[in-house]
Write a protein that binds this ligand. Structure first.
Ligand SMILES: Cc1cc2nc3c(=O)[nH]c(=O)nc-3n(C[C@H](O)[C@H](O)[C@H](O)COP(=O)(O)OP(=O)(O)OC[C@H]3O[C@@H](n4cnc5c(N)ncnc54)[C@H](O)[C@@H]3O)c2cc1C
Length: 479
């Protein structure tokens, strides 16, 4: 089969009728028509249509050596540096379509699945069945062009170092029973962005509970699996109008709590279970981090470009570019953008074949980027607020412009370089990026996108080899 169209994506998700709850009600009927999901599903469908565009097919797809079908490049296991470049171009083509706002577009989890499958042999000494399951499922996902939501995190109940959950009061999802044909999972996990609007849910081991093998598992199950529920937060897609809410009306991805109510995970869908060794090796001994971070940073570069574009358009519209501090603030975004781009490209030029035969981008440039971005992004949105000032709240709606007050709006909201309508359109975009519920979530998203920034810094501290550098200093002192 191979790549699917946007329509096929929508039809497939509508047919699932997964158990999704929002604002006290179960989602009924076609989810693609529900106000909380219609915008983002339309945008996701557009990604699949872009993937089918024959004029960019050499970037967006590759030919399966097994079936001859065209497969989405986000599933491509890179074997060369050129493959990494192709992956970046594909990821950025998709990212441009949402100005980089859709963090969990399908390429994110397709890359994660590819990264673990490429190194599936890491599990061979523990259970060859895990290897078979992972490889087979990866092939299936490529051929059917599955989309995934995922959960890597345990509920935020008690994060103290020595906390252990009471066996009789299950909160965190765990294995509660074993059957010949699978395992039974009960409890909850966080935090599935795009929960309910993907074909499947991937569950990977979460950190923190590795003392107990009941919590060590990885699998993928269809979103409509019996006993699986997605509990949504309030939707930030407040209005349909793309004028009023240019971003949230299109890219509101939704975040969901996952509840497993005695969910049966079939044996053939288990990538690993009841092995603390496997759970640790899955991240530590594969190229999961470099490959997934390469996807993340590629998108973040596009998002930064978009932000710079919005900031500069704002500066031009009200003519504030002559002030030095304004130039300084725009330059700050440029420095951030160029730093992220340089780190991304450095990861590709320093890429090496890993022991599983995959071309893995260099990890430390990417780790530096993912440590940097949680600091950069909140500052970027602050810069938008500092440059936009009252313009960010002088933002009448589409209906205001259709009213008899249009004449006042045209007179008093005109700008040096734009008529009132174009000016408000732009300022509403800057507001949705930096101030609305959607915008605030985006800031939180980039702070915690790849985990807790505090612990990410700890990983860098522990992993980065400084021996040669300290030796150089010691040698200098001793001579
Ligand atoms: C908008 C958004 C979307 C997300 N989407 C997804 C998704 O699609 N899939 C998914 O799996 N996850 C998702 N996440 C979850 C994300 O991965 C986590 O937020 C992140 O890993 C941090 O974990 P936490 O939220 O449980 O924070 P916590 O771990 O509870 O941290 C809370 C605070 O306590 C501190 N803290 C806690 N433990 C320690 C410790 N051991 N050492 C030092 N400090 C500590 C932290 O530094 C932080 O300040 C999303 C998060 C957000 C905000």
């Amino acid at each position: 089969m191979g790549i699917i169209s946007g329509k096929e994506y929508i039809d497939r998700i509508n047919k699932l009728h997964s158990d999704i709850w929002i604002d006290g009600e179960k989602v009924k009927g076609n989810i693609s028509e529900h106000p909380a999901f219609r915008g983002v599903m339309k945008s996701q469908a557009k990604l699949y249509d872009i993937q089918c565009d024959s004029s960019i097919q050499d970037i967006m797809t590759f030919t399966s050596s097994k079936t001859g079908n065209q497969i989405g490049t986000s599933y491509l296991e890179p074997k060369t540096k050129e493959d990494l470049e192709k992956r970046r171009l594909m990821i950025q083509t998709w990212a441009k379509s949402s100005l980089g706002m859709m963090g969990r577009s399908p390429d994110y989890m397709n890359t994660s699945l590819m990264a673990v499958s490429a190194a599936a042999d890491v599990f061979s000494s523990i259970d060859p069945e895990f290897v078979k399951n992972l490889r087979r499922f990866y092939e299936e996902a490529c051929e059917k062009d599955y989309s995934f939501t995922h959960t890597f995190i345990n509920p935020q109940t008690n994060r103290s170092v020595f906390h252990m959950e009471d066996d009789d009061n299950i909160i965190t999802a765990k294995i509660i029973d074993r059957k010949k044909d699978g395992i039974i999972i009960h409890g909850a996990r966080l935090l599935a962005t795009q929960g309910g609007i993907t074909d499947e849910l991937i569950v990977f081991p979460a950190g923190g509970n590795f003392y107990n093998k009941d919590y060590a598992f990885a699998f993928s199950i269809p979103s409509n699996t019996k006993g699986l529920t997605f509990l949504c937060r309030e939707s930030f897609a407040y209005r349909k109008s793309t004028f009023d809410h240019p971003l949230s009306s299109r890219f509101e991805e939704m975040d969901t709590i996952i509840v497993f109510n005695n969910v049966h995970v079939p044996r053939e869908r288990i990538f690993m279970s009841e092995s603390i060794d496997c759970a640790n090796k899955m991240y530590a001994e594969t190229s999961f981090y470099p490959l997934v971070l390469h996807q993340v940073i590629s998108r973040q570069v596009v998002k930064t470009e978009s932000l710079l574009g919005v900031a500069q358009a704002l500066v031009d519209t009200i003519k504030i570019g002559e002030y030095q501090h304004v130039q300084g603030k725009i330059s700050e975004i440029i420095v951030g953008l160029e730093s992220m781009k340089a780190l991304l490209l450095a990861s590709e030029t320093q890429a090496k074949m890993d022991k599983w035969g995959t071309m893995a981008p260099a990890i430390y440039p990417l780790y530096s980027a993912i440590n940097l971005y949680p600091h950069l992004y909140p500052r970027f949105t602050e810069i938008l607020q500092l440059l936009g000032a009252s313009g960010l709240v002088s933002i009448p709606t589409e209906r205001d412009f259709a009213s008899e007050k249009r004449v006042d709006l045209d007179q008093y909201l005109q700008a040096a370089n734009a008529n009132s309508l174009d000016r408000v359109k732009l300022f509403r975009l800057a507001w949705d990026l930096s101030m609305s519920a959607f915008g605030s979530r985006q800031t939180l998203y980039e702070r915690f996108f790849f985990g807790d920034p505090i612990r990410l810094a700890g990983d860098l501290y522990r992993g980065y080899d400084r021996t040669e550098l300290t030796n150089r200093v010691k040698e200098f002192l001793n001579n």
